[in-house]
Design a protein around this ligand. Structure first.
Ligand code: GLV
Length: 317
């Protein structure tokens, strides 16, 4: 029986399945393993079912025992893993695409709605019984007719585009390449970030974190936005330079932000907290029972496929 280290708790049904298939070392207390502990616990393991909270950088990967041949990441994103270092050590890395598209896009749309319609302030007012209806109370930005700029038109971006269109938004996008007409579905392509940002009343960051996208939303690029734009991020905190975005909020260049992901999670830059117009969520993108179950099942399927065939269709390195 193959031996697998599972670095975080999974939902019960997933833990039951992995226990049936493997000699599984589960993390029943859901402790956040340090890199040393992860290495120690992976001794003798054939694979690791990792999570986005595990920082598998070059140094850590180089210290993994030789027996580890696969890192099956329980996420669509894999910015937590140094793919090159894994490849050099002959370790394959897999992810869980598709199954989380719908749930993550739902949160992407919630960020847009929450930031545009001043949900944080509204919730606070209602909870504190500190409000009265009036014609100008918490006036927000209407989505109908507004231009949505999607940065990264992969599966999640496309699903957000579909919902946004049903809300009457006009969708623009920037991607490495223009999509086919059926995937594009009427959205307007921009071959560069500047041109996308110039038309984005609302920006939705949906691209993966990579060397090319780290801090792509920064002091310089934020200036391309129309004054009073809204910035949302459902992808990864690493794509945004927090200081620059907070400064843009301070200057009202940016009207509001909607964020689900942060650099250095679970800590977030305290500068966001002082802005009532920051609609912030704690990385809930894929957090539904259906989706988390499907993600873990796919991470297990990826292990199965690899051990049977030596490769995996969801290999990313
Ligand atoms: C969630 O953030 C994921 O990458 O799966």
């Amino acid at each position: 029986m193959k031996k697998i280290l599972v670095t975080r708790r999974l939902l019960r049904s997933n833990e039951d399945r992995i226990k049936e298939l493997y000699d599984a070392n589960l993390n029943l207390n859901d402790e956040l393993y340090s890199q040393d502990k992860l290495i120690e616990l992976s001794q003798g393991c054939d694979g690791v079912l990792s999570a986005l909270t595990d920082k598998l950088d070059e140094k850590t990967i180089n210290r993994l025992p030789k027996s580890v041949k696969i890192l099956s990441n329980f996420a669509v994103g894999f910015g937590n893993i140094d793919l090159e270092a894994a490849k050099k050590k002959n370790i394959i890395v897999t992810n869980t695409p598709e199954v989380l598209t719908d749930a993550t896009a739902e949160i992407g749309v919630l960020l847009i709605l929450g930031a545009c319609r001043r949900a944080s302030e509204g919730i606070q007012g209602a909870r504190d019984a500190d409000w009265k209806w009036s014609a100008d109370y918490l006036i927000g930005k209407q989505l109908t007719g507004a231009r949505l700029g999607i940065l990264g038109m992969g599966r999640i971006g496309q699903k957000i585009a579909k919902i946004a269109k049903s809300l009457g938004m006009i969708v623009h996008y920037h991607n490495r390449s223009k999509l086919s007409a059926d995937k594009e579905n009427g959205s307007i392509y921009h071959d560069n970030l500047k041109s996308l940002m110039e038309v984005s009343d609302v920006l939705s960051v949906c691209c993966p974190a990579s060397k090319e996208t780290i801090n792509l939303i920064n002091k310089e690029t934020l200036e391309y936005l129309p004054k009073g734009a809204v910035v949302t991020n459902v992808a990864r905190g690493d794509i945004v330079d927090d200081e620059a975005l907070i400064d843009a909020l301070d200057r009202r260049k940016v009207y509001a932000v909607g964020l689900d992901v942060y650099k250095g999670e679970p800590n977030l830059n305290p500068g966001y907290l002082k802005h009532k117009s920051a609609f912030i969520l704690p990385h809930l993108g894929s957090a539904t029972k259906e989706t988390r179950t499907a993600m873990a099942n796919l991470a297990i399927d990826n292990l199965e496929e690899f051990f049977k065939s030596g490769s995996c269709k969801n290999k990313v390195n």
